[in-house]
Design a protein around this ligand. Sequence first.
Ligand SMILES: Cc1ncc(COP(=O)(O)O)c(C=O)c1O
Length: 398
Amino acid sequence: MKYANQLQNLGTETAFAVSAQAKEWASQGNKVYPFHLGDINLPTPENIVEATVKSIKDGFTGYCPSEGIFPLREALANDVGYKRGVEYGPGNVAVQPGGKPTIGKFISAIMDPGDEILYPNPGYPIYESQIEYQGGRAVPYSYFQTETGFDIDIEKLKDSINEKTVAIIYNNYQNPMSAESSDKEMQHIAEIAIENDLWVLSDEAYFEIIYEGDAKSIVSIPGMRERTVILYTFSKKFAMTGWRVGGSIGPEEIIKRIAKFNVNAESCTTHFIQNAMVEALNGDQSGSIEILKTLKERRDEAVKGLNAIDGIDILTPRTTFYLFPNVTKVLKRKNMKSVEELQNGALRHANVSFCTRDHFGRAQDNEADSYIRLAYSGISSEDIVEGLNALKKYFEEQ
Ligand SMILES: Cc1ncc(COP(=O)(O)O)c(C=O)c1O
């Protein structure tokens, strides 16, 4: 019996390996401070839970349309369109079991083997995995640190485009760096996409995890609605990562094709959950407001705790629930060769678990500095304080 050769090109989320390592350490009787996974340890809002239970009791337990039920497609079209100032209808929406499925299905809909897609690196690792698994060439674009955060290297991105390029994957409000585009940067990406007639997958998983001010989407820029597919997910805003519900939103012709993959992959997203998502979008929003408030308190504790460490200096991001500090000085002080050594040491000596830059795509040749990623969505404020105190002690030791 054989396994497919093509599987060699399938990547994974290596962050899950960090989870396994943390679990192993905990099983030996250690308290672990879990900064590694972008999961949320807060309950899903009560009105959503109640709507789901009612929907099960009312018998919505069978198959439903593969593109999603009409009321949810309509509610998503209205909500997503309104918040981005563009007009969408139910035909622009294909409901998905989570945010992630949009990535592979979008790529399947627009890429042939040999085509190239630009993707952010460091970035969510599934982009690279899906492009390469499906026979394309994953072409990374990078970021550089500035006084205000992280900026996309626009020149490099532009230079990477050739006649084989079919799309740019763009994750504003970015995992793992919390990077946020200025208006100018977003405009640049849009211009590049329009000039080169490219698709854009706008991964907007964190569009509503914004602690101050408003969110902006590239789809709002004239000329972009017709070439952009939005990855939408309920996972983060409503603390429902395990429910698995989200959507692909874009021009009707591509959404029809994406929906055809739904028929082939999962037939449909769970009917009773879809019913409840209409309530999530149109009902009482106090639950999601409370979630955001808690995350913001955790962000502030985590930024304070990290900045108290000698050699670490980070800004307060306005978005996501990740922090991406530069630990180059810490590595030097500890005379360590790799950030992986620091990660292993932090678990063993401080009981603190986190990911490193290497969990977010293959590192590029010209990267001089070392970074780690801490998520504060799955850890209480008290544990953030305790954990970062322990980390300070460990990081400051020679
Ligand atoms: C940037 C980004 N895109 C997509 C996803 C996938 O979201 P979901 O869990 O809803 O599939 C995540 C999840 O962490 C993410 O960080």
